[in-house]
Design a protein around this ligand. Sequence first.
Ligand code: SF4
Length: 76
Amino acid sequence: MSEQKLTVDFCTCTATTCPNHPSNHDMGCTPCIEKNLKNHEIPGCFFRAAGGVKPTKDWYFEDFAALINSLTKEEK
Ligand code: SF4
């Protein structure tokens, strides 16, 4: 059976030194998602897709909610 490398061309995460970053293994998003789910965090690609300036330093569910709330306030 040939080995299939899962590339993630759409990954916008800039933490390339993270062992879970797709550039550091051949398992695609799986290690990143697994780590984020375990820690109640949101992957960096979602923060980047939301846009704006991250108002908090961490990557937890609450930090993503804070980003979305800040963007919603900007729209008003
Ligand atoms: S889930 Fe993780 S590995 Fe996959 S695209 Fe998003 S940041 Fe990159």
